[in-house]
Design a binder for this molecule. Structure first.
Ligand code: FES
Length: 127
């Protein structure tokens, strides 16, 4: 599964928004560091977080078990599984927030924003 990723930090720095239709196009033109915007492949036995780590990226995490939301990502395109045993409230899940530590891609391609834990909406969930 191919994943295009973007660091929320860049969105914040450039004054973009998660809802921008052309978010990833803007990111492509912004000459961002390869750790802030790029692509990676997820193997079938890897969660999204594991795939990022196995390709040398350092994305935020803490519990690795669905209980803290430090590893939260925002889905721009595609779908990531969410186990029933997790901390993400339904209204945030419906808006596209997922946990990368135990989320497995269920679409052929994904576009995600990682490092969204600093968003005010997620602040209460961070342990
Ligand atoms: Fe805690 Fe993913 S690292 S929920």
């Amino acid at each position: 599964v191919r994943v295009e990723f973007l660091d929320y930090e860049a969105i914040d720095d450039y004054g973009w928004s998660l809802d921008d239709d052309d978010l990833f196009r803007k990111a492509s033109h912004a000459d961002l560091d390869g750790s802030a915007h790029g692509r990676l492949l997820v193997q079938p036995d890897e969660s999204l977080l594991e795939a990022a780590e196995n390709r040398g990226f350092a994305w935020p995490f803490s519990c690795r078990g669905g209980a803290c939301a430090n590893c939260a990502v925002y889905l721009v395109e595609g779908e990531l599984s969410q186990p029933t045993d997790h901390i993400m409230p339904d209204e945030l899940a419906e808006r596209g927030f997922r946990l990368s530590c135990n989320g497995y891609p269920v679409s052929d391609e994904l576009k995600i924003v990682f490092n969204v834990k600093q968003l005010a909406e997620l602040d209460d969930l961070i342990l």
